[in-house]
Ligand binder design. Structure first.
Ligand SMILES: C[S@@+](CC[C@H](N)C(=O)[O-])C[C@H]1O[C@@H](n2cnc3c(N)ncnc32)[C@H](O)[C@@H]1O
Length: 358
């Protein structure tokens, strides 16, 4: 779901990197069950970024992987190139005038870290209520079976194509379906809640028209913080190292500002082979402002089967950029001047000790 990053690097997890491998998965799981969903001005070319799956999940022929409900006429070439041009080529196609039906609902649902037990009851309820669920293939695969069984249609696309995927969700809602667009963590954290509103506006629609709602989920920083102890209990900022939508000079400037002001820092999208320099630069900037022995928590795949957790010193961080621990499913939590490690837990005091005896 990310609007944050697009690289050509293959990743097994994040929607923020791109690869061709998931496209076939989507086609393979596409169903031959006829959908009775309401459809609008459909001309979407789903070859662009994925396919249509349904709750039954059995294979069908290639034609079935064409969207049945979108109004988009855009035919993105998956938006997975490493150049900015190729991703900004994704264009919004249909407008609100192309749809005749009474619009359905659109909810942006945060799944939390990944496992069903990490999802809120409200998110689960919103997904059970949705007729159509739209998302990045990995996240659709993480959905509990009760959710996938209850949906009339699942529309999943591989990495990238987040603009066309979001537009697909909107078009399905404008065509009269109740739609959930899903992503990991929270929809407000480097995710699609904002893009959904921007595309609705560009189509001449309104948020009220589709009763747009954001259903929050546990963001990665908090899931990872929980694994590490209590690293984030005081003022914290999050910074993404992806320069796909934010320039590297801006990222560097924000790193300097946060590091010198003593915030604890949650670093998202920390590393990929395509931009290992961003990670190196980040480590250099942190070392300019923080002591080499500052505690740093590194969590890979929080709440997933491949979860790994480590607490290191800041001076060791840079060399982790070439290991499996730090990739696009890792979040790094950098302690501040007061953070310490006690009994294998990171602790950032909030200041109680200066006011109370305990
Ligand atoms: C595009 S952002 C999406 C963030 C998400 N909306 C959230 O609220 O956490 C993707 C980044 O989130 C972080 N992330 C997502 N899931 C994670 C997990 N299970 N464990 C650790 N980090 C994760 C990684 O830094 C990854 O590069």
């Amino acid at each position: 779901m990310s609007t944050d990053d697009t690289t050509t690097e293959t990743s097994t997890d994040t929607e923020t990197s791109c690869g061709a491998s998931d496209a076939s998965n989507a086609a393979e799981t596409a169903t031959d069950t006829e959908s009775d969903s309401k459809c609008g001005a459909s001309t979407t070319d789903a070859e662009a970024d994925g396919g249509v799956t349904s709750a039954t999940g059995t294979a069908t022929d290639a034609d079935e992987s064409t969207s049945t409900c979108g109004g988009s006429t855009s035919s993105s070439s998956s938006g997975c190139g490493s150049s900015k041009k190729s991703t900004t080529d994704e264009k919004v196609g249909s407008t609100v005038d192309d749809f005749e039906a009474d619009p359905g609902r659109l909810v942006a649902v945060g799944l939390g870290p990944g496992q069903p037990e990490g999802m809120t009851q409200r998110a689960r309820g919103a997904l059970l209520d949705a007729e159509h669920i739209v998302g990045y293939t990995t996240y659709v695969e993480l959905l509990p079976e009760e959710v996938t069984k209850s949906a009339a249609e699942l529309y999943d696309t591989p990495m990238c194509g987040e603009v066309s995927r979001t537009e697909e969700a909107i078009d399905r809602a404008l065509a009269g379906n109740d739609v959930a667009i899903i992503g990991s963590g929270d929809p407000n954290v480097y995710a699609l809640a904002g893009l959904a509103l921007e595309i609705l506006e560009s189509k001449g629609a309104t948020a009220s028209m589709v009763d747009f709602e954001v259903v929050p989920g546990i963001p990665a920083a908090q899931s990872c913080g929980a694994r590490l102890g209590a690293p984030l209990v005081n003022d914290t900022v999050s910074i993404s190292l992806s320069d796909h939508l934010t320039s590297m000079p801006t990222i560097e400037s924000r790193l300097h500002a946060a590091a010198k002001e003593g915030f604890t820092i949650a670093i998202y999208n920390p590393w990929s082979r395509k931009r290992r320099e961003n990670f190196q630069k980040c480590c250099e900037i942190l070392m300019e402002h923080r002591a080499p022995d500052t505690p740093v928590g590194v969590v890979h795949g929080a709440g997933r089967d491949d979860e790994q957790v480590d607490i290191i010193e800041l001076q060791e961080l840079q060399e982790l950029g070439e290991t499996d621990l730090v990739d696009m499913t890792t979040t790094i939590l950098v302690g501040n001047e007061e953070t310490y490690v006690w009994d294998d837990r990171m602790v950032t005091p909030r200041g109680y000790e200066s006011k109370y005896d305990y």
